[in-house]
Design a protein around this ligand. Structure first.
Ligand SMILES: [Zn+2]
Length: 388
């Protein structure tokens, strides 16, 4: 297969015209100047396909239900409504969300899942990636072993259905017991965890205060603050390592940023969700300067709205501008493609380079900044799969 688009997004995010990409056995064999005037891909830009670094397919039916709510009432409402839905509705929602991911050019996702539906939804549309089966112990504080066994069973069945890697993931520091966090951290498996989405976690672990402490008190959950930020607390439990993906990472101190870099953890940045829930602006440019791999995640439709990677990229530009530490369009494009793949440790070289084997995307041929500014799923022409 030889693709001769107008231009190609190369590994460093630069866009180079006049190249053809030769593919053989699911791998990019050569990149060279056009060898023929005949170009089936005239008018197209070739990029690695999008990767959605953080997703919850199973909340798609809740889109628009909690608009305007900040984080704490939002998560309370979500937690209340979530179990009231019939399984068939949740499966249909996940299927629809998976299809919408593919429609906007996404080939793989890092999927957080609680219900046993996401594996089948991903398989039905050929989405690659990893599944992270949620472990939450806050409501079952006294039965952690039984809880873990039930989660392992769900993980096993989703792995069977999808053929994808499934890992146990602690949902967030404050929803999982310290013992369980230590156990999952020590396993050395990939973990993906929501952390520092708001200042509430820091209030809890630094001083034993705030809404999370109040919830613990109401539920009779004993708690002693360790006097650390939420991130430093996770580190103290062995949960911060080179196979840890930190989701949100908004309320980070300068020391936290340093700690993320030192431990080699990755980050999923979900700017639309963060804006909607009133989270602090995540220090993404700082993390990137320290060498941290950051992927863009569309999170759930219950906070981010429609599945639309172009809208997510626009939000990433907006948030970094707002911090006075702007990301370039090329950086944001990498965060939506190659870096997102690396943030969930996809076992493929997700770059357009000789020897690389990313899934590929043909888009309307436009400059990257223009695609981010004006693009939508209508800008996506074709997804070309080299793997799975
Ligand atoms: Zn999430």
């Amino acid at each position: 297969l030889i693709l001769r688009p107008d231009a190609v997004v190369l590994a460093d995010g630069s866009v180079t015209p006049g190249l053809e990409v030769c593919i053989s056995d699911g791998r990019i064999e050569r990149i060279r100047p056009w060898s023929s005037a005949y170009r089936e891909e005239a008018g197209a830009l070739l990029s690695p396909a999008f990767v959605n670094a953080h997703s919850h397919l199973e909340y798609y039916d809740l889109m628009g239900r909690f608009d305007g709510l900040p984080y704490w009432p939002w998560i309370r409402e979500l937690t209340f409504l979530k179990p009231q839905r019939p399984l068939s509705l949740v499966q249909a929602a996940a299927n629809e969300a998976a299809a919408r991911n593919v429609a906007c050019g996404v080939a793989a996702i890092g999927e957080h899942t609680d219900w046993p539906v996401s594996g089948a939804a991903m398989a039905s549309v050929g989405l690659g990636g990893r599944l992270f089966q949620e472990v939450i112990t806050v409501n079952e504080w006294e039965l952690p072993t039984q809880k873990l066994e039930a989660v392992r069973e769900k993980a096993r069945s989703q792995g069977m259905v999808s053929g994808l890697r499934v890992h146990l993931n602690p949902h967030a520091p404050y929803t999982v017991s310290d013992d369980m966090l230590s156990e999952l951290g020590a396993a050395g498996e990939p973990i993906s965890i929501h952390v520092s989405e708001t200042e509430f976690e820091n209030q809890l672990y630094e001083a034993g205060e705030g809404p999370i402490r109040e919830m613990y008190d109401v539920s009779g959950i004993p708690f002693e603050p360790p006097g650390l930020t939420a991130l430093a607390h996770l580190d103290s439990l062995g949960c911060l390592h080179s196979r840890t993906q930190l989701v949100h990472a908004c309320a980070l101190t300068d020391e936290d940023v340093e700690l993320v870099a030192t431990r080699g953890a990755t980050v999923a940045h979900c700017p639309r969700s963060n804006i909607a829930l009133g989270s602090p602006s995540a220090p993404i440019a700082e993390l990137r300067r320290r060498g941290v791999t950051v992927g863009l995640g569309m999170d759930s439709a219950a906070s981010s709205g429609p599945v639309d990677m172009f809208a997510e990229m626009r939000a990433a530009m907006q948030v970094s501008d707002g911090r006075g530490d702007a990301l370039s369009p090329e950086e944001v494009w990498l965060m939506a493609t190659t870096d997102a793949a690396a943030s969930i440790w996809l076992e493929r070289d997700w770059r357009i380079t000789e020897g690389g084997n990313p899934d590929l995307l043909l888009l309307d041929s436009q400059p990257i900044d223009r695609l981010i500014e004006k693009g939508s799923e209508r800008s996506v022409r074709r997804l070309i799969r080299l793997g799975n």
